[in-house]
Write a protein that binds this ligand. Structure first.
Ligand code: 6GU
Length: 243
């Protein structure tokens, strides 16, 4: 999977590429990430990429020309199928695991880091294939959102996680493939405990130490439901009705 990231802050990505999952995915050649400085595609000597909004108002808006030039120069180097062009913007469709799974089936993604004040709408209308937001809150730019997408997609690529089972049974992964057939059915994950069995007087649930795997499965299913009910009642509403 090739990620082409278009940004005014290429250095922003140094840290996340040098640690953890993305570092391993790059090291193992599952993923390659190419950073493109939007200013390299500016048309004037000041390398300007934004301008004041038509109609007035605060802030600056990304001009269309540098973004079109950047995407078209990336596409000109692609031989096979064209990558989807994802505009990261708070006006986009909210990312979820289903969308992450769709994106993980692409050979590559071009990620445009927008800015909060705005991107000329002709980019959304005529250049981007997708507009994605990572949630209902405001970030100054799309860089963190691009990092979120790359991490979430990379960990689904075959081979990136040593233990594929983990990706399947994580919170939000679908029930069809889950081992117990229920605990990951669109619910949050069940609570985990590790040693010590007692910490500051708080005991780990005895059932987890019992070795009774049937009881452990039942406890985890019930706890997953309780946690979801408490923190994400909206997910309960969306459960498949037959269960
Ligand atoms: Cl993709 N961009 C910005 N600027 N803010 C956001 C976002 C994206 N997703 C949530 N908030």
């Amino acid at each position: 999977m090739i990620f082409d990231v278009i940004t005014i802050f290429p250095e922003f990505f140094c840290g996340i590429l040098e640690h953890g999952l993305l570092k391993r995915a790059i090291g193992g050649s599952y993923v390659s990430i190419r950073l493109h400085d939007l200013r390299d595609f500016a048309e004037d000597t000041h390398r300007s990429v934004d301008d004041r909004p038509f109609g007035g108002g605060p802030g600056m808006v990304f001009k269309p020309e540098p973004l079109f030039r950047a995407v078209e120069s990336i596409q000109a180097q692609q031989s096979g199928r064209r990558s989807r062009v994802v505009l990261l913007t708070p006006q986009g469709q909210v990312l979820n695991q289903r969308r992450v799974e769709q994106l993980s089936r692409e050979p590559g993604l071009i990620l445009i880091c927008g800015r909060y004040e705005g991107v000329d709408e002709r980019v959304a209308a005529h250049l981007a294939t997708d507009e994605i937001s990572i949630g209902d809150y405001v970030l100054s730019g799309g860089e963190l959102a691009a990092a979120v997408i790359m991490e979430a997609v990379a960990r689904l690529l075959p081979g990136v996680l040593g233990n594929q089972q983990s990706a399947i049974s994580d919170s939000f992964a679908m029930a069809a493939a889950s081992p117990g057939g229920g605990e990951a059915a669109g619910l949050l994950d069940f609570p985990q405990y590790t040693r010590p069995a007692e910490f500051r007087g708080w005991k780990a649930p005895e059932v987890l130490l019992s070795g009774n795997h049937q009881q452990i499965r039942e406890w985890r299913a019930q706890q997953a439901l309780a946690k979801t009910y408490k923190n994400r009642p909206d997910l309960i509403e969306r459960l498949p009705k037959e269960a």
